[in-house]
Structure formats: structure tokens, C-alpha cells
Design a protein around this ligand. Structure first.
Ligand SMILES: [Zn+2]
Ligand SMILES: [Zn+2]
Length: 389
């Protein structure tokens, strides 16, 4: 809605995301920056550019899902975003069928409409209120379509031009790549603090790494099963600690947000315990002690893949902003552990605890869908308009 201020919002939405159902829709206030890109005005940024003249016309707010980046447009909003090229919405093909997704105003199932020559998947529109729902990936496809205008009927070409403009607005929305975590990830911070504190203790030789680590052979003979719960808080070297801290911080905050604090903490510890047990069960290096949170973090990574399969992460490397797909992070993560395994120094790195990582990953794959199911049920209960089941 262009020209609106935060106080005169369109009818207050309280709706579950009709696509992923993992979050309620949130108002995303945007302001057009000097470079023509839209900037999310309610987010802290490290490199804040000076705000240009803040006129009414340079402000927009949309209702979007911070998990899957789907966005809702009340009647006229997409047209308004498309600026001079009005009438984009009128070019929609007649309804092709009934969608499984419901209107966020509670008008029941929406209709599927084709966007001829632009994207292959239909977009959803409510027949009652005329609102339009675009999935996160549909927004990307709109952007991809904007690279070539192609041929077609006059209507199609004209629509495409509108779509291109809309796509430029949509794909410049920072919600696309911003970290969807909201609120402070206290459990992640707590874990990081504990890791650092304990590693300092190890360095000062106040904490005996071998005693608290898992030694598979010793565990089988002495039955010191409690080490399954302690090994994950110790680390073998600074590189080991920093690597794990980085991955936990990058992925853990989103998963903590989706799971909830207590469940996340339980998930983290239980995944670590099972990962350690899998290692003890399968490894042949029974005399090598293992330490580190990698097993738990593998579980967090697996959960992240379940929750954000299409997510790309926003990464600033040497002041260049890159969008990096999650699978690339997985490769980096595996590479990091190979490096640690062959060249890392320290107790935990004499052989990578591959089996522990594998165990953690499998726990994540198995448990995350259940956690997400719980989350969907909770979101449905907390909003006025729950998504269709
Ligand atoms: Zn969603
Ligand atoms: Zn409706």
C-alpha cells in the first residue's frame, strides 16, 4: 500500500501463511532507497545508507511470510507497486481451478490463475475480495521472466512489462534474503557462551578434555554413558570451535525461532547424544576421543533444509553481497570437516567423527518434520485466519 503510514494500515491481517503455514503474515514496511532498491525500515543494518527525502510515495508495506517469502497483495496493491503500468491484475487469465490455499481474510479457498507466458505455476486469487497471493518461488520466477520479454499477443507483452516492473519491486524486497529469524536466539547465544567458556577451561587445563569427551572403547568397557551428554560442549581447537560457532549462529537462530526455545535446546542436546551413540556404535577408532557440537549442528542443518528448502542466505564477503543457496553451505560444512579431519590439530580432530555427523543429520531429518507440524498447529491457533489444512 503506497502512501500509507504505519498508523493507517489496511485492515489488520492476522493470518497464517497459506503456503508454508509456519508463520503468521507480518507487515513489512519498506522505503525506497536512493539506489532505487527497497529497504526494510524495521531492520537493523550494519551499513546504513543515508535516508533520502522520505516522501509518501517512497513508502510501501506488504504482508509477507518471513519463512517462505510468499506475499499477499490486497486488491490494487500490485498495480500500485507496478507504478505507471496499471492494470497488471486485469491481465490474469480466468480462474483455472480451485486452489488448496485459502484467502488470508478468511474467504475460503482461492482460485488458481495462469500468468500466460510468464510463469508456469498458477498464482492464487480470492474471488471474494480480489486479493492476490504470490509464493516466494513465484516471485523468483517473475524475476527470471523479466530477463527476456519475448513474443506474444499484445496483452501478453503488455502484461509482461507490468510483471517485469512488479518483479523488480518484488525481487528487490530485502525480505527475500534477510534472515527470517525474529527475536533474540537466546539458546544459540547460551550455547555459544558455554562453548567459549568451556574451551577456555580446557586451555587453562581446568577441564580435562579426555575425561569429558567420548572414548568409544572406554565407554564400552567402563559404561561412562554420561560422556554422551558432555562431549558436545568441548572442542578440539580454536578452528573447531569457531567453525562450529559460525554454523550454529547462521542456522541455529532460525531453527530456534521455528521450534521454540525449550524444544530447540532439547533437540540440540538429544541430537548430540544420539550422534555420539551412533559414532560409538559404528567407529573402528575406539581409542580416539571425540568432542564438539558438530553432531548437533548436523541435526540443525538437516532441520534447516526441511524448513527452508529454497532459502538462499545473505552473505557479505569483502563488502560484496552474495546470495548463497543452502546446499552450498552444506558443501562448505562438509569441506570444513574434511579439513579439520586431515589437518586440524587437537583432541577431537585426529579423525573426523563422520558417524557422529551422520547420526546427527539423520536425527534432524527425522525429528524436524514433527517439530514443524507442532509449529504449524500453534500458528493456526494463534491467528484469526488459520490456513486451510
Ligand atoms: Zn510461508
Ligand atoms: Zn478474500
Amino acid at each position: 500500500m503506497i502512501g500509507a503510514t504505519l498508523s493507517d494500515l489496511h485492515p489488520e491481517l492476522s493470518a497464517q501463511c497459506p503456503t508454508c503455514r509456519l508463520h503468521e503474515l507480518v507487515v513489512v514496511p519498506l522505503r525506497k532507497g536512493a539506489d532505487g532498491n527497497w529497504v526494510q525500515t524495521d531492520q537493523k543494518r550494519w551499513f546504513r545508507r543515508p535516508a533520502p527525502e522520505d516522501t509518501e510515495a517512497q513508502r510501501v508495506q506488504i504482508d509477507a511470510c518471513p519463512v517462505c517469502f510468499g506475499a499477499w497483495f490486497d486488491p490494487g496493491e500490485l498495480d500500485t507497486l507496478a507504478g505507471a503500468l496499471e492494470g497488471v491484475e486485469k491481465v490474469l487469465e480466468p480462474a483455472r481451478g480451485v486452489s488448496a490455499r485459502g484467502c488470508v481474510h478468511g474467504h475460503g479457498p482461492m482460485n488458481e490463475h495462469e500468468l500466460p507466458g510468464v510463469i508456469s505455476t498458477p498464482v492464487e486469487r480470492c474471488a471474494t475480495c480480489g486479493g492476490l497471493w504470490l509464493d516466494g518461488n513465484e516471485r523468483r520466477k517473475l524475476a527470471a521472466a523479466s530477463t527476456s520479454e519475448g513474443q506474444g499477443t499484445k496483452t501478453e507483452r503488455w502484461f509482461k512489462r507490468g510483471a517485469i516492473w512488479a518483479a523488480q519491486v518484488l525481487t528487490h524486497l530485502p525480505v527475500e534474503v534477510d534472515n527470517p529469524a525474529r527475536g533474540t536466539p537466546w539458546m544459540v547465544f547460551l550455547a555459544l557462551a558455554v562453548f567459549v567458556g568451556i574451551f577456555a577451561g580446557q586451555q587453562l587445563e581446568l577441564i580435562d578434555t579426555e575425561y569429558y569427551g567420548i572414548i568409544p572403547g572406554r565407554l564400552k568397557i567402563e559404561h561412562d554413558y554420561w560422556t554422551l551428554a558432555t562431549y558436545m560442549f568441548l572442542h578440539g581447537s580454536w578452528a573447531h570451535l569457531l567453525g562450529n560457532a559460525y554454523f550454529l549462529y547462521t542456522f541455529g537462530d532460525n531453527i530456534e525461532h521455528l521450534f521454540g526455545r525449550v524444544r530447540f535446546a532439547i533437540f540440540f542436546v538429544v541430537t548430540g547424544i544420539i550422534a555420539g551413540a551412533v559414532h560409538v556404535w559404528l567407529t573402528k577408532k575406539t581409542a580416539t576421543p571425540i568432542v564438539g557440537a558438530s553432531g548437533s549442528i548436523a541435526g540443525v542443518l538437516a532441520a534447516y533444509l526441511w524448513a527452508f528448502p529454497r532459502q538462499r542466505l545473505f552473505q557479505v564477503i569483502l563488502w560484496i553481497q552474495l546470495k548463497i543457496p543452502v546446499w552450498a553451505y552444506l558443501i562448505v560444512w562438509v569441506g570444513f570437516h574434511i579439513l579439520m579431519g586431515f589437518w586440524g590439530k587437537g583432541t577431537g580432530a585426529e579423525g573426523v567423527a563422520w558417524f557422529a555427523h551422520l547420526g546427527g543429520f539423520l536425527v534432524g531429518i527425522a525429528v524436524a518434520p514433527l517439530m514443524l507440524k507442532l509449529r504449524r498447529r500453534e500458528v493456526a491457533r494463534s491467528v484469526r485466519v488459520p490456513a486451510l489444512p
